[in-house]
Design a protein around this ligand. Structure first.
Ligand code: NAD
Length: 486
């Protein structure tokens, strides 16, 4: 596939433009370590330029009203639908994610855009009888103005295309910063945006942490939606506070428990443990992955055997092939990080029963591949039970004391997702209520259901997305009081 036709400059004010910094960054194919492209690397002057363009575009965009804005967004959605294979291939090459998962991501884009348009009609102010029957008190939702979205590498086009929509439909103009590792599909979207949206409404700034920090430190960008690691999230909150009081929402990491009760259907649970890891789409580089599995001791042997057999069948290889389940990790550094966690697990006394190494031959030997890994005999205090590895490493912990298991499931810095496997409704609901996590599945995993708010407790984030909550979060609430009684 020829990616040379992609524009690799910054997209500001409806035009492709060189970075004022004059710098570029290399984009590497993680499957074979080859250079795919050199892409503009923005600094604070580029961010300032993008801000001016977005600020200039704001009033006209807002004045259109959501119905007219939704026509532009509909056209954007159609263009993405028409280019489904092309966009999925770009992501598969750039991120190493299996093509089948990236094709599913395009379907999710279409659904989520439709959903945002649907919800826009439901975002409206209200009148409140606050000070007597004659007076009028009402609320209005108003856009912030220029907002920014900073996104990670694991679902590049899904995040680039969907995270700009809630702010846009509410009347904001947007600066989007894709991951330094996976900017290519966002740049492909830039071509569509150029043809569809008025100049300045969407601006795309490629770059690394320097560009991200410039967005955070810009005194006039008051609303930022960040998706990425908790560590970067902490830095962002500190930096932002130096520039002013900012409204920042965060979708961060997870170390999510999958809880298997003794009455669970072991085969179905084992199958979902793989889907729940993000195999078939992200090699375990998923914020919602069920990387800690609490299995009841009565079924632990059976569950582990099933999981191990299914894991053995996963196809590791070229992400562009439809049969591939596991592609490479995103970078050399990420691969080394995952391999070092595997060493840590072994040295802490966990039992490595599967994977844990780089493939010896074939395509897997060239890129940043790690075989899907299972540890048993994992205990709560081990680092592989506590820290987000963000790779193909599953830790199995056994339990027989329910309260102790719940305590351990919650005794962790994260609280993004959890899944519960039982036929017993009472156990399922009691457990769901006790878990400190924002998104819980019972007898299923991984799927984000349309319209339901996604986000985390504790260090997994601030705020909720993928729902009407996300649209409202891109608005300020204004109250207007009219005195008619005097
Ligand atoms: P990351 O935090 O390293 O980078 C995310 C983005 O932030 C990138 O665009 C990066 O260039 C930018 N950035 C880096 N340093 C910055 C700084 N100091 N200031 C501003 N921007 C900065 O994350 P990653 O490695 O790309 O992604 C993996 C992480 O994202 C995992 O922890 C994962 O769990 C999380 N994630 C969360 C969700 C969710 O919905 N909760 C979804 C996907 C990924």
């Amino acid at each position: 596939m020829n990616l040379e036709q992609l524009n690799t400059q910054l997209f500001i004010n409806g035009e492709w433009t060189e970075a004022l910094s004059g710098e570029v960054m290399s984009v590497i194919n993680p499957t074979n370590r080859s250079l795919i492209a050199s892409v503009a690397k923005a600094d604070q002057n580029d961010v300032a330029k993008a801000y001016e363009a977005a600020a200039q575009a704001f009033l006209n965009w807002y004045a259109m009203g959501w119905k007219k804005r939704s026509l532009f967004i509909e056209e954007f959605k159609s263009k993405i639908k028409q280019n489904k294979e092309w966009l999925a291939q770009i992501d598969s090459i750039n991120s190493g994610n299996p093509i089948k998962g990236m094709l599913r991501d395009i379907d999710s884009i279409v659904n989520r855009i439709e959903q945002s348009i649907h919800f826009a009609a439901a975002v409206h102010g209200s009148t409140v009888e606050s000070s007597g029957v004659m007076n009028l008190h009402y609320t209005r939702f108003e856009p912030f103005g220029v907002v920014a979205r900073i996104i990670p590498f694991n679902h590049p086009v899904l995040f680039a295309a969907t995270k700009i929509i809630p702010p846009l439909i509410m009347g904001n103009t947007v600066i989007l910063k894709p991951s330094d590792y996976t900017p290519l599909s966002a740049l492909a979207l830039g071509e569509f945006i150029k043809d569809i949206f008025p100049p300045g409404v969407v601006n795309i700034i490629t770059g690394d942490a320097v560009a991200g920090q410039a967005i955070i430190s810009h005194p006039k960008i008051k609303r930022i939606g960040f998706t990425g690691s908790a560590n970067t999230g902490k830095k962002i909150l500190q930096e932002a506070a130096k520039a002013g009081i900012k409204n920042i929402s965060m979708e961060l990491g997870g170390k999510n428990p999958m809880i298997v009760f003794p009455d669970a259907d072991v085969s179905i649970a084992a199958k979902h443990a793989l889907t729940g890891m993000g195999y078939g789409s992200t090699q375990g580089q998923s914020c919602g992955s069920n990387s800690r599995i609490f299995v009841h001791q009565d079924i632990c042997v059976e569950f582990t055997k099933e999981l191990s057999e299914l894991t053995e069948q996963l196809v590791i290889g070229d992400p562009l092939e439809t049969k591939t389940d596991i592609g490479p990790l995103i970078t050399e550094q990420q691969m080394q990080r995952v391999l070092s966690y595997i060493e840590v697990g072994i040295s802490e006394g966990a039992r490595l029963i599967q994977g844990g190494k780089r493939p010896k031959d074939g395509v897997g030997n060239k890129g940043y591949f790690v075989t899907p890994t299972i540890f048993t005999h994992v205990t709560q205090n081990m680092r592989i039970a506590q820290e987000e590895i963000f790779g193909p490493v599953t830790s199995i912990l056994t339990w027989n004391d329910y309260e102790q298991m719940i305590h351990e499931a919650n005794d962790i810095e994260y609280g993004l997702t959890a899944s519960i496997w039982t036929q017993n409704l009472k156990w399922a609901h009691q457990t769901a209520h006790k878990l400190k996590a924002g998104y819980i599945w019972m007898n299923t995993s991984a799927k984000h259901f349309e319209g339901l708010p996604f986000g985390g407790y504790k260090n997994s984030g601030i705020g909720r997305e993928e729902s009407i909550d996300e649209l409202i979060s891109y608005c300020e609430t204004k109250v207007v009081n009219l005195n008619l009684e005097e």
